[in-house]
Design a protein around this ligand. Structure first.
Ligand SMILES: [Zn+2]
Length: 259
């Protein structure tokens, strides 16, 4: 049986670990901190088979050099478009590539999702989606590279690709931003009952120190304003005449939002 658990790191990062009960091998996603991973490996008597990297930011890649030294055979798989900024990579992959992990009888499809960074990728193996800093629960990543309007179009298109996946797709993003995202989402759609209910559920989880993640695509379509830009009422309310322009408007408004 495959299990996926979050290792909390830094303020609000999760390093996801994929493991199986009948093999010592495991895979981690975006290990910004090697010590957190090592503690897990020791406590659970696991061996590190591979690392999946969604993009080059230090809070996703900071542990790579140390892990590589400890595990000389380690596969470190990340985006071709960002290989110059992630020197530890041993394999580079782009849109449509298939990452095969025979030891775990698992394979992931690579989906290019630029926007947060220019070369950001996701790893998808139904129903599991590791999407880094692109789709968050009730939010999306900031646009940190390139010109805002161009990056906004790319991010919009990337999110469209992700929501075309089945509604049961489990969304494993890298940050516990959900409650802050929900405050913004409710400022945009205060009357959305799904949002109100979801906020209550997430508040209880956080009060009990539980992650709000993974989310899923079906839920995100109901509560995530960045996935609801084709809603004509929302467009009208914010004086926008297309889904893309509403998306750019919301992204900018979120950047300035004080919760
Ligand atoms: Zn990032």
């Amino acid at each position: 049986m495959t299990t996926i658990i979050p290792l909390p790191a830094f303020q609000d990062n999760y390093i996801w670990v994929l493991s199986q009960s009948d093999t010592p091998w495991c895979v981690v996603v975006d290990p910004g901190d090697a010590s957190v991973v090592n503690d897990y490996l020791i406590q659970n008597e696991k061996k590190l088979l591979a690392v999946l990297i969604t993009h080059h930011h230090a809070d996703h890649t900071g542990g790579l050099m140390q892990l590589k030294q400890q595990w000389p055979e380690l596969r470190i798989i990340g985006p071709t478009a960002e290989h110059a900024r992630i020197p530890a990579l041993t394999e580079t992959v782009g849109d449509g590539a298939i990452v095969v992990l025979p030891q775990l009888k698992q394979q992931f499809q690579v989906i290019a999702i630029p926007g947060h960074t220019a070369g950001h990728i996701a790893f998808y193996s139904a129903p599991v989606l590791f999407c880094g800093d692109t789709l968050f629960s009730a939010g999306c990543g900031r646009l940190l590279e390139g010109e805002f309007s161009e990056s906004a179009i790319k991010m919009y298109q990337s999110l469209q690709r992700l929501i075309s996946l089945p509604e049961t797709t489990e969304v494993y993003c890298t940050h516990e931003y959900t409650l802050a995202n929900l405050r913004f989402a409710l400022s945009i759609e205060p009357d959305n009952l799904d949002l109100q209910y979801y906020q209550q559920q997430c508040q209880v989880k956080r009060q009990n120190f539980k992650p709000t993640l993974p989310s899923n695509i079906g839920l995100e379509k109901k509560v995530n304003p960045f996935l609801r830009c084709n809603n004509k009422d929302l467009q009208l309310k914010h004086n926008q005449n297309s889904a893309q322009s509403l998306f750019a408007y919301l992204r900018m408004a979120k950047d300035q939002f004080k919760s």
